[in-house]
Ligand binder design. Sequence first.
Ligand SMILES: Nc1ncnc2c1ncn2[C@@H]1O[C@H](COP(=O)(O)OP(=O)(O)O)[C@@H](O)[C@H]1O
Ligand SMILES: [Mg+2]
Length: 348
Amino acid sequence: MQGQNKPTITVKGENKADRDTITIADTEIAIKWSSKLMKNVSDSQVNTKIMEPTEVHIFKTKARELLVREPDKLLPLSIGGLIWVKMPYVNDLSNADLFFKNKNNNWETAVKGIKDLFRRFSYPNTWIQLGRILAVDIFDGNWDRFNSSGGWDNNGNVMFQKAANGYRVTGLDTFDVKNTPDTNLNQPLSPQVQQHLQILMSDIRMREYATNVTTEIAGFILKAMGNAVGGGIDDFKMKAGGRKITITRKGEPDFFYGYIDDLCTGLKEGRDEIKRYLLEKVRQYDSQWIPTSRSLSTPRSTGFSMGSNKHSDIAVKTSAPAGFTTPSSLKTIPQGITDRMRYFRWIV
Ligand SMILES: Nc1ncnc2c1ncn2[C@@H]1O[C@H](COP(=O)(O)OP(=O)(O)O)[C@@H](O)[C@H]1O
Ligand SMILES: [Mg+2]
């Protein structure tokens, strides 16, 4: 909410997927779980909650009051069928979208912005942080930052938060309605999604993807140079990441290849963090089954290992195991996620 001196929360209306096969419930699951994963893997500030109808009502009433002189800004409030969500307000955000319209209505970029972006991508940490975010996007099927081939489709969704010693990449905007059915975490895993998950499973696929991402970001900087204010620039010199470098617009977009390993490190860290988090969720949700009085004396573990004798294997229950009853408010992991976990062989 703007209007207060210091904003504390951000409210956003998400569209339901424009396909009949995807319900509001599916969309809500995707919004919820993509945020949970990103919160744990990238940034605790990425914490999207679906708003209750009463909250939406209070928000809309207040917004109409505050923005009474700017009716244009109120238009989204009357769009039907939006799913309203809230999240913490993140301070000092900027993003990689360098282009703006000048007074002649042409797209331009500022040289300062180009150099700034180049500098931000001159630290291994930037690439590691980006890799962790992209691991979540790949897992979810969210192609609204980079697409599944590593093409940079939405510069605005690579967001940075200013930190004491530079910038931190943050994984805000975790859900995109256009990407369904890939993003439908409530449906069985499709062969197409399996293909995409291979990026996180095969070293060759991961390297290929990471190479494309670094090429895209370098290519974007070269393109921006061509659109720099005043007819473009042919080159610029920078001291970044401890070395002096000249970037030439007609050169190859290969000047971030030195960071491919860092990006892969981030992708692997992200994948491992997703695994750790989800296995913890399985344990947590499994412990909510209520033992029937008859089974109270039975050691708990006997009801829990199904399908395999191996100690490390974890099975996800879909119905109450023998000796247990279903609690009234059962928390479950959606099928799209358990299917992914099985595909990765994290569970049986
Ligand atoms: N939690 C937040 N805190 C502060 N600003 C935000 C937050 N989330 C989004 N924004 C601002 O709104 C812009 C659009 O948000 P985003 O989630 O990418 O929406 P969209 O789905 O429309 O792309 C961001 O670039 C950012 O400037
Ligand atoms: Mg966005």
